[in-house]
Ligand binder design. Structure first.
Ligand code: ADP
Length: 468
């Protein structure tokens, strides 16, 4: 199958979070299963393609062809979407340009795809162009458009005064089209115009059809429920493997799990925490946004510190930067906060921590709990979205600690439970070893995507036959 995979991030070229991981690993897995995959992302500052042409850069690696769409004015900036806390004021123009160029480049390359797989609001307009400007174009006749929603909270909302820039007929700006309460919504457009829509876990796929998690698009998603599914993400088990990980201090496996403590002591020292292998170390590597449970974590600190230690790595909202720094000062020796994006330190925190914190208010899938399993680091999670699909509590024979009520009280209680469990090292290590065998592989996930592609293509053909 010929697949065009369109995204605003793809690891290792560009990543701010899970979208980058997925758009890096899924295409490689699809290619391994003998599909022809081309990935399209913007040509951001810092990307070094193997070849550079007039309007794009090009690199082939791991069986996948990567195309970096060029526009220096739009993409050669320090950020991908924002400058500090502020979205770039021309994001509508930037991503509209990107979406149009992907379709133009597909024609230029004479690559007529069976599947055009778009991701999040940044590539949502592609499905609209396929059904408007390109609707009679034979080149895209067989193309099925797929939209994966990685996070419904980011919708690409813009002032309607810019509608003319999209090049989409005015009749599509309405309640059954791109309009969202007087604004332009890229994501709503993607949900309505794509042939199939999926999100990144079965539980989140159900949750987003309801008011509480629907972020204002619950009704629209419910309308499309026949074409909406949840496919659990996976992780790259080559990158995340303590046995071969060159970024951590001491490699270890299930058999040598006791050596995990060497990583713990090193990271404690590096981060200015008291070096003590018997104190429970909680790690967190995360975007620092409202979604990630930082409010309940902050409210818990007085109760849980200094009985355990917390190491946080993240970047995000400036308000969280300030409050976390303040807490780190207050709990010096028990709490460390590093405010940057740092792959190496991330690996070291996954390997050195005993427990990994994912107290998210909502979580479409979440990758960090899957990564932490690989390192024998047991996750503490709020029971929501993909966290509910991937972590079950030790009380039920699982390998993590789950709390269902999103509150500081429940989080404190759960951290205390983990601390008590940690006292029994024999039990702890046995559970950690089981966690290390808990593999979420892209091979399985890619197969589910292929099934979805095939059934969407079949449906499209059936519908066309019916129209004829
Ligand atoms: P989200 O997509 O909401 O950011 P996920 O759990 O799906 O959350 O994915 C987060 C990914 O980004 C993980 O691979 C995590 O390790 C990584 N990550 C997040 N923040 C940082 C950071 N500051 N430094 C390095 N890696 C980070």
């Amino acid at each position: 199958m010929k697949i065009a995979f369109c995204s605003s991030e793809s690891y290792p070229f560009a990543k701010t979070g899970g979208l980058g991981d997925v758009a890096g690993a899924l295409p490689v897995s699809l290619a391994k299963q003998h599909h022809q995959v081309k990935v399209f992302i913007p040509f951001y500052k810092g990307i070094k393609p193997k070849k550079i042409f007039d309007n794009y850069g090009y690199t082939k690696q791991s069986g996948v062809e990567f195309y970096f769409i060029k526009n220096d004015h739009y993409f050669q900036r320090d950020g991908y979407y924002q400058d500090g806390d502020c979205d770039y004021s021309d994001n509508l123009e930037r991503f509209t340009f990107f979406n149009k160029k992907v379709l133009e480049l597909l024609k230029e390359l004479d690559f007529s795809p069976k599947i055009i797989h778009c991701n999040d609001w940044q590539t949502s307009l592609i499905s609209v162009y396929l059904k408007t400007a390109y609707s009679g174009d034979n080149f895209f006749k067989d193309a099925v458009s797929v939209l994966t929603i990685h996070n419904l909270a980011y919708q690409g909302l813009f002032n309607k005064d810019k509608y003319h820039f999209l090049g989409i007929p005015g009749q599509y700006f309405g309640i059954d089209g791109l309009e969202y309460y007087g604004q332009i919504s890229f994501l709503k457009a993607g949900i309505l115009f794509s042939d199939v829509v999926n999100t990144v876990s079965p539980t989140y796929a159900k949750q987003i059809q309801n008011k509480e998690y629907g972020c204002g698009l619950g009704g629209v998603l419910k309308r499309r429920r026949g074409s909406l599914s949840g496919i659990l993400n996976a992780i790259d088990n080559k990158i995340w493997n303590p046995k071969t990980d060159n970024l951590i201090y001491k490699k270890y496996s299930k058999i040598t799990i006791a050596e995990k403590a060497i990583n713990k002591c090193k990271i404690q020292k590096d981060l200015g925490l008291k070096v003590d292998k018997n104190i429970l170390l909680l790690g967190m590597v995360s975007r620092l946004t409202e979604q990630k449970g930082l409010d309940i974590l902050s409210q818990s600190l007085d109760k849980v510190l200094p009985g355990c230690q917390i190491a946080i790595l993240g970047v995000g909202d400036q308000a969280y930067h300030r409050s976390l720094k303040k807490s780190a000062k207050k709990y010096k020796g028990s709490m460390a906060v590093t405010l940057k994006f740092d792959e190496e330190l991330a690996h070291r925190i996954y390997a050195g921590s005993d427990v990994f914190l994912v107290p998210s208010r909502f979580e479409p899938c979440g990758l960090s709990q899957m990564i932490s399993y690989r390192y024998g680091t047991l996750p503490i999670v709020h029971e929501t979205g993909g966290l509910a699909d991937t972590v079950s509590d030790i009380k039920e024979g699982g390998m993590g600690f789950v709390f269902s009520d999103y509150s500081a009280q429940d989080l404190i209680f759960t951290i205390e439970r983990a601390r008590a469990y940690f006292q029994n090292k024999k039990k702890w290590y046995a559970t950690a070893k089981r966690a290390m065998s808990n593999v979420f592989s892209w091979e399985t996930t890619a197969k589910r995507y292929i099934d979805m592609y095939k059934s969407a293509a079949l449906n499209k053909t059936k519908c066309e036959r019916m129209t004829v």
